[in-house]
Design a protein around this ligand. Structure first.
Ligand SMILES: *Cc1c(COP(=O)(O)O)cnc(C)c1O
Length: 415
């Protein structure tokens, strides 16, 4: 009874510590397809509630789009369920390469390689491209999957303060002795919805002879005039060497990711990236549906434009109602509440008003920066948005936070 004697107790204790710290994550069961209107069972065992969803990454509303579902069925019918192989043995179909070509065209890069997820793309990319004598220079707030990818790579690590270009410049000077250097950033940062200063980053990269990698998971499909991402928004198309992104958010939301960028880089990843070589091929049903998503968003910017309109409307109305929102243009709209308990209390009250949102607090965001992260979708209609604004206003009034600034909220509720 090796497990029973020691490990069981150890893990039970860990779980208890997580619970005591108030950090247990409880999953809510959704009993409908993903969309603006969903049916949720929460807490587990409670009667089902119909709520409006404001916390999915379903930015373009394509997760349950009829054309996408139809394409998924076609993929299943025409190319089967699973590949039972990695890409380089017998797991590459024509449609995999076709999707890579479509992604390349959409992102305006040179080539693209699919991964099982963006987490896998980030896990594989650094170790292949950089070695001991090289340098990775990363924004302090990059996504966890980039942090993990960097841990798997032997190159020297430098970290610059979030979006602080002077500090980045310092790090570039400090790393002059390294052979190859790569600046690493998220395109959009998921907690604040702020956009990396890619124009300055590219200027610095050129001046100091460094490559640039951008993880555009929260941008691909809708940021920029035609939705290509933060490189389009910042006017640096063609200057970003490596884009990593996901198919699991705006692009249909199933799973899958990719690295898109310079041809040699993609070629080398196909030879050496471990999650590509040693994890199974993205299944045909996803490839076929993702391919349709790219057709849809290449054909028209209608969804992206509606998302932009929805976002600006929601941000404006919520600001007018007296909420403290982090400024920006991204459909991630952080409603700042500062106090952790306040953020979860308000999220719970909103749930019973039919609005599904989640409170975010330490350790997901810094202490004293608790918030409700609202995510707008092109699936939201005006009626959805207005219902949310009304409910927020009602609950905001209940907690007496409307029109109050950070200092006043903290005075009332503490950090
Ligand atoms: C969501 C996300 C990922 C992970 O993408 P998956 O395809 O779900 O693995 C990676 N990076 C960033 C910045 C993300 O937001």
């Amino acid at each position: 009874m090796a497990y029973g004697s020691k490990a069981k107790e150890f893990y039970q204790n860990e779980l208890k510590n997580i619970a005591t710290a108030g950090l247990s994550k409880e999953e809510r069961y959704i009993r409908s397809p993903q969309g603006a209107d969903i049916k949720v069972e929460f807490p587990q065992g409670a009667p089902e509630m119909e709520v409006i969803n404001f916390c999915a990454n379903n930015y373009l509303g394509l997760s349950s789009h009829p054309e996408v579902i139809k394409a998924a069925h076609q993929g299943l019918d025409n190319r089967g369920y699973g590949m039972s192989s990695v890409r380089f043995i017998c797991g590459t179909q024509d449609i995999h390469r076709e999707l890579e070509r479509k992604l390349t065209e959409f992102l305006k890069t040179e080539d693209t390689i699919l991964f099982p997820s963006c987490m896998d793309a980030n896990a594989g990319v650094f170790d292949v491209l950089l070695d001991r004598e090289d340098a990775m220079i990363a924004d302090k707030l990059v996504h966890a999957s980039i942090v993990d990818g960097m841990r798997l790579c032997k190159a020297q690590q430098y970290v610059y303060k979030h979006s602080n270009m002077d500090h980045l410049k310092e790090k570039l000077k400090e790393s002059q002795e390294n052979r190859l250097r790569m600046i690493i950033t998220d395109g959009v940062f998921s907690m604040d919805g702020d956009i990396a200063k890619l124009d300055t980053i590219c200027d610095l990269a050129e001046k100091y002879d460094a490559m640039v990698l951008v993880d555009d998971s929260h941008s691909t499909g809708f940021v920029g005039k035609t939705g290509r991402g933060t490189h389009e928004h910042c006017g640096v198309i063609g200057r970003i060497d490596i884009i990593t992104t996901t198919l699991g958010k705006a692009l249909g939301g199933a799973s899958g990711g990719c690295v898109s960028g310079r041809k040699e880089i993609v070629d080398l990843l196909r030879q050496r990236a471990r999650p590509y070589l040693f994890s199974n091929t993205v299944p045909p049903v996803i490839v076929s549906a993702a391919s349709k998503v790219l057709d849809i968003i290449s054909r028209t910017t209608e969804r992206r434009d509606k998302l932009e309109k929805n976002t600006l409307y929601f941000r404006k109305k919520m600001t007018e109602a007296g909420f403290d929102i982090k400024e920006g243009i991204h459909p991630i709209a952080p409603i700042m509440l500062y106090n952790a308990k306040l953020s979860s209390d308000i999220a719970r009250d909103l749930y019973y008003e039919g609005i599904y949102v989640i409170g975010f607090f330490f350790p997901v965001v810094p202490r004293g920066e608790a918030r409700i992260r609202v995510q707008i979708s092109a699936d939201h209609e005006m009626t959805h948005l207005n219902k949310a604004i009304e409910a927020f206003t009602k609950i905001g009034r209940k907690y007496d936070i409307l029109g109050k600034n950070k200092k006043e909220i903290i005075e009332k509720y503490g950090m």
